[in-house]
Write a new protein. Structure first.
Length: 316
């Protein structure tokens, strides 16, 4: 996930009336909480204005990272004004972010220390939703609030949406920033991409294994390809890619052991997204798309959660 400045339109979309702060002094706390599953330890960062003691359903925000980069480099990059968290704190919010299992400073399972091909993709969507659930419940209990606002980026937007469908009573507002979209010819996910099972074009290639390696050069090249002008400095500071990926690499202690340095990123997200693209393509072809339709077979939601979500949709 590439870092960028906060769009003005997104701030408006939050629609929360809070006072503006001018360069407030922020206090930061890094710690771990127990996940919903045995052995899972979730890294959490809280950040808010010094002396803040006011917590309500309207001013507590949880950021949810995407498929490659963990939370700190996505949302609290220590480079010039590129910290989205600091921007939110200046507007009066109490900010939280966390690393999903097998990402960043959260615990990693055994499969992450073995060759990728030795295991199937880890950190499937239905599992990281449980991580998000543990974080939300922790924050609600800590600050005695009923609801929080979720801001998800890319895959984080999708997992935030899945969670909100199951636990809408705990969500004040949901912001889905750049979620994966329904497009069968998606350059990174659809048929013809490196994720494709060549024998079954709309299935994930499980030979890719539990995780992938993400280097600065490869990810910056992908980021550059998504900026629609030759001069990338029109969209971002030329020094941002190095600062961003240096911060990301620092979260994986094995990164320096590779040449070039590369962090480990779980493949569970890719499995779910490839299936979602395929399902939406067939859904659209069959004319079944609509506000009440939900892709329940390929999102990575567990059978029990799928039943709950189906029941909720049926009542709408």
């Amino acid at each position: 996930m590439a870092s960028c400045r906060v769009p003005a339109g997104l701030a408006f979309a939050l629609a929360l009336a809070v006072p503006a702060f001018a360069q407030v002094k922020a206090v930061k706390q890094d710690y771990h909480i127990d996940g919903a599953d045995p052995g899972v330890k979730i890294f959490v960062r809280s950040k808010m204005a010094a002396g803040n003691t006011r917590f309500t359903d309207d001013n507590v925000v949880v950021f949810i990272h995407g498929a490659t980069a963990p939370s700190i480099c996505d949302f609290d990059l220590g480079f010039k004004d590129y910290s989205w968290a600091d921007w939110m704190i200046d507007k009066g919010f109490a900010v939280y972010m966390f690393d999903k299992r097998n990402y960043g400073y959260s615990s990693r399972e055994k499969a992450m220390d073995e060759p990728p091909a030795a295991n199937k993709p880890v950190s499937r969507s239905y599992l990281v939703i449980r991580d998000l659930a543990a974080v939300v419940d922790h924050i609600r209990a800590k600050h005695k609030v009923g609801k929080v606002t979720l801001i998800g980026w890319s895959w984080g937007a999708m997992t935030a949406g899945y969670y909100s469908s199951l636990h809408s009573e705990k969500v004040k507002k949901l912001v889905m920033y750049a979620p994966a979209y329904s497009f069968a010819l998606h350059t990174n996910l659809g048929p013809g991409s490196g994720l494709q099972n060549k024998r079954k074009p709309y299935e994930f290639n499980y030979a890719l294994g539990a995780y992938r390696l993400a280097s600065t050069a490869a990810n910056t090249a992908r980021w550059d390809g998504e900026i629609p002008v030759q001069d990338k400095s029109q969209y971002r500071d030329p020094e941002v890619p190095a600062a961003f990926w240096d911060a990301c690499m620092a979260t994986d202690p094995t990164s320096p052991s590779r040449t070039p340095p590369a962090l480990r990123a779980p493949n569970g997200v890719r499995d779910g997204l490839v299936g979602s693209v395929a399902m939406h393509a067939s859904q659209n072809a069959a004319g079944t798309s609509g506000s009440r339709y939900c892709d329940l077979s390929c999102t990575g939601i567990s059978p029990s959660q799928r039943a709950v979500l189906a029941a909720v949709l049926a009542r709408r």
